[in-house]
Write a protein that binds this ligand. Structure first.
Ligand SMILES: Cc1cc2nc3c(=O)[nH]c(=O)nc-3n(C[C@H](O)[C@H](O)[C@H](O)COP(=O)(O)O)c2cc1C
Length: 177
């Protein structure tokens, strides 16, 4: 295979957070497919309350280095800054919950699946200073930073153990809580 995985479960089990990237750049056509997967995602009432800043240029990436505490992220050849625009999102009438972050999260999850299918590694990085990210990238005040997604070819083959997950008995309630 060309590094692509075709079965959903292959993908789903293959995905792990990658925090160390090789120097290899991500091919432009792969980046295009990742961006298309963001664009195609579902969203509440199809509002698509998202914006994404793609940081791929070497100098622009270097300027983002101090956003991260982990060294590995500073080397990622592709950064996608996922932003929510609550003013564009659907709001649930009953409790006024704004779905912007939910929608952005769905789009990013789709993109992470696409990245896995492309043989790429990725990590969702929430631990950033939103004000710093906004200032560096000229992101308007009313836009919210959901995450920076670091993407690239993994430095080494993913041989690490799966991270533990809670057993189903702890999280599933049949019929009633
Ligand atoms: C919403 C969210 C925020 C995360 N933020 C960070 C982060 O700031 N830094 C980091 O190293 N990993 C971050 N991660 C990765 C998680 O630590 C990781 O998904 C979790 O430990 C499970 O491991 P796995 O992704 O390898 O299955 C984040 C993941 C999610 C879903």
């Amino acid at each position: 295979m060309d590094g692509k995985l075709k079965n959903f479960y292959d993908l789903y089990w293959r995905r792990k957070s990658v925090r160390e990237f090789s120097e290899r750049l991500v091919e432009p056509e792969k980046i295009d497919r990742l961006l298309e997967s963001l664009r195609r995602a579902q969203s509440a009432a199809n509002r698509q309350p998202w914006q994404f800043v793609v940081v791929v240029d070497k100098d622009e990436r270097a300027a983002m280095a101090d956003v991260f505490t982990k060294e590995g992220f500073k080397k990622a050849p592709l950064l996608i800054v996922a932003c929510a625009d609550p003013s564009q999102a659907w709001t649930r009438r009953a409790d006024k919950v704004n779905y912007a972050w939910v929608d952005v999260t769905i789009a990013v999850t789709e993109m992470i699946g696409a990245a896995t299918a492309e043989g790429l590694g990725s990590c969702w990085v929430a631990a950033v200073e939103p004000g710093l990210v906004k200032g560096k990238l000229g992101i308007p005040e009313h836009i919210e930073i959901v995450a920076v997604i670091a993407v690239g070819y993994p430095e080494k083959e993913l041989v690490t153990e799966d991270k533990a997950r809670k057993p189903l008995a702890e999280i599933i309630h049949y019929g009633k809580w």
